[in-house]
Structures are given as structure tokens and as C-alpha cells.
Design a protein around this ligand. Structure first.
Ligand SMILES: [Fe+2]
Length: 293
């Protein structure tokens, strides 16, 4: 297998766990320069109160500032349904381009209808600075990265390979966590299985960084593993599990899951690249579609 980037480079990865949403955000630094990317940031919300704050994002911003780094990219691995992105807030303070998979347009179309967004809601991905296609490369300082299209959990999911590290979004969980659900609109268990197999063709020693961990069976939160470890031990797709096993298991499990607590605010904000929608008077406002999701 040949890849479009030098995968022997080892970026410095710092992980920031958000307890409220079990999300891990990353600062990924080029080892040969002072440039970095942020992957999957979090904006804090007290949904009951309709209050948005920036504690988690401010910690990322403070670290980038303290280390004297230049932020090149703010990457979203997908349109998250369980937390709100802080991408625009971070961009305002640090610059950088906000990037997501080009299939964001499918997500915008689906949820544009669900939230009955008017014609002013653009469904062409134009809220983002960069729409990645499968195999697209980009630079963080001198270091090259590339995006792999990995739909299934959502239609716009991408895994980002940066040197010897891959940021898998919700394509995989830690080996004892298995995989993410595939039942959101546009999700599909068979497609997710095939996307996971793509990730598992990466070199065995490639570092994999998760977007979420829930500490199954009471273990401490973890976010880093390797391709080899996932292949050998992932409880949903590892050794001995067939495509049919996975589709059956995933479909049955998903039918029993509740909606994520923050799906309604998350989608409205994240399909706009992290901007909170506004009402006709220009005030930030979220909707709740009744009996639709
Ligand atoms: Fe997700």
C-alpha cells in the first residue's frame, strides 16, 4: 500500500478530555516547526439553561498560546451529534482554516429539512473553509496530512492521517469500546464496517486517537491505541468478527440506544461549522423539532 504522505513523522499529540461529553480534543504539532492543528474541539453548553460557555476551548487556546504555536487547521472529523464544536470561537482567537468532509452537504440537506431551515441556510458546505475529498492532502507546517473518507456513522465522517497518527473520529472506539452507532439519518452499519476495514489497512504500528471514550467496565478513560491492537482486540470488528456479525450486532444494539443528550443543539450548530443559528432578529436561537428524531 502506498500513501500520499510521510507516515514516519511523529507529530506531538496533546489530548484534552471533556468530561461533560466524553470527547477528546487534540492539539497536533508538526515536530519540525511550530505549526499545529486542533482536531474536534468542544464548546460547552448547559442545554437546560440555553447557556453556552468556552472553558474547554479556552484551555486549548491557552495551550496553543503558551507553546507559541501557529494554528493552521481546525479539523472536524464529522458533524458530531453529542457535543458542539468550538471551531469558530477558536478561529477568531487563533486563525486557522476549518475543515470537514465534503459530504457535509448531505448532512446539511438532511438536517436542513429536519430543522425546517429556510433558504438562507446554505447546504453547500460554504460555512467551512475546506471540504475534504477522499485522499486529499494538506499541510500542518512542513508536515503533510491526508483525509480518508469513512462514512457509516455519519455520511461526512473522515479519518485524518497526520504522520504516524490517525484521528479516527467516531469510526472506531478503543478495542474494548468497539464502534459507534450507525443509525443516525444517513448512517449505515454495513458502510461503517467497510470504512473500519479501510482504517485497519493502515500500518499496524500507526497510532490511533479516538474522539470519544466512555471507560467501559469502569476502566479509566483512554484515547490512544494502534491499528494492530484494534485488529487483534476490537470487540466489534477485531479478530474473528465477520461483516455479517457486525451488521447484525450493530443494528440490534442501535435499536436500543437513546438519542444523545445534545443531539438537537449539536446538529444545528455543527452543520453550520460551529456557529449558533440566529432568529429573524439576529439573536442566537435553537429549535426543537417535536417527534421528528
Ligand atoms: Fe459522532
Amino acid at each position: 500500500m502506498t500513501y500520499p504522505v510521510n507516515m514516519s513523522l511523529k507529530p506531538e499529540v496533546s489530548a484534552h478530555f471533556d468530561e461533560a461529553t466524553n470527547t477528546i480534543s487534540y492539539i497536533v504539532k508538526d515536530p519540525t516547526s511550530d505549526h499545529c492543528a486542533i482536531v474536534d474541539s468542544v464548546m460547552d453548553i448547559d442545554y437546560a439553561a440555553g447557556r453556552i460557555t468556552y472553558g474547554h476551548a479556552d484551555a486549548l487556546i491557552a495551550e496553543v498560546g503558551k507553546r507559541g504555536l501557529t494554528l493552521d487547521w481546525i479539523i472536524e472529523t464529522h458533524v458530531h451529534a453529542d457535543h458542539l464544536s468550538a471551531a469558530p470561537y477558536i478561529q477568531q482567537k487563533l486563525g486557522g482554516k476549518i475543515g470537514v468532509g465534503s459530504k457535509i452537504m448531505v448532512v446539511q440537506d438532511t438536517f436542513g429539512k429536519i430543522f425546517n431551515e429556510g433558504t438562507e441556510f446554505q447546504r453547500d458546505g460554504s460555512q467551512f473553509d475546506k471540504l475534504f475529498e477522499d485522499g486529499d492532502t494538506y499541510k500542518i507546517g512542513n508536515m503533510e496530512a491526508f483525509a480518508i473518507y469513512t462514512p457509516g456513522h455519519t455520511p461526512a465522517c473522515m479519518v485524518h492521517v497526520i504522520g504516524d497518527a490517525a484521528f479516527v473520529g467516531d469510526t472506531l472506539f478503543m478495542p474494548d469500546g468497539g464502534s459507534a452507532r450507525a443509525d443516525f439519518p444517513g448512517g449505515d452499519a454495513a458502510t461503517l464496517y467497510d470504512s473500519i476495514q479501510k482504517v485497519l489497512t493502515l500500518p499496524d504500528d500507526m497510532r490511533l486517537f479516538m474522539c470519544h471514550d466512555y471507560g467501559p467496565n469502569g476502566r479509566d478513560i483512554q484515547w490512544e491505541t494502534t491499528v494492530g491492537d484494534e485488529k487483534a482486540h476490537n470487540i466489534h470488528v477485531g479478530a474473528g468478527k465477520t461483516r455479517e456479525d457486525f451488521i447484525k450486532f450493530r443494528t440490534e444494539r442501535d435499536a436500543q440506544l437513546d438519542m444523545p443528550k445534545l443531539i438537537i443543539p449539536s446538529l444545528q450548530v455543527n452543520m453550520r461549522a460551529g456557529e449558533v443559528p440566529k432568529d429573524e432578529d439576529g439573536n442566537p436561537m435553537l429549535k426543537v423539532p417535536v417527534n421528528v428524531l
